[in-house]
Design a protein. Structure first.
Length: 103
């Protein structure tokens, strides 16, 4: 499945919509989008994951990168993650560093 990433910034809230599979081949595009969100001075990052079908360890590292890049004061929420994606986040214990929200 192809990967797509879209960014919207509205009143300092950045929303990134992910579609497809977030793995080693697509993580670079996600990192670039996170850089854009950070450069916009966003105070909240919402990652829409309803259409994300798979997240590898490279995808998980991308979430760690987002936490580091955005800083501790920025709220990061992953919204609507499919069960396999949510399971990966929980298994790594990263649900303690971000908000994992059902859609």
């Amino acid at each position: 499945m192809t990967f797509d990433v879209r960014l919207r910034v509205n009143e300092r809230v950045a929303t990134i919509e992910l579609t497809g599979e977030l793995d080693a081949s697509s993580a670079g595009r996600f990192h670039d989008t996170i850089d854009e969100a950070a450069a916009a001075g966003s105070i909240e990052l919402v990652i829409r994951a309803e259409k994300l079908s798979y997240m590898s360890s490279a995808g998980l590292r991308s979430l760690v990168f987002a936490r580091q890049k955005m800083g501790d004061d920025v709220r990061i929420a992953v919204v609507g993650a499919t069960e396999p994606v949510a399971h990966t986040i929980r298994l790594a214990g990263f649900d303690h560093s971000i908000d994992l929200i059902d859609a």
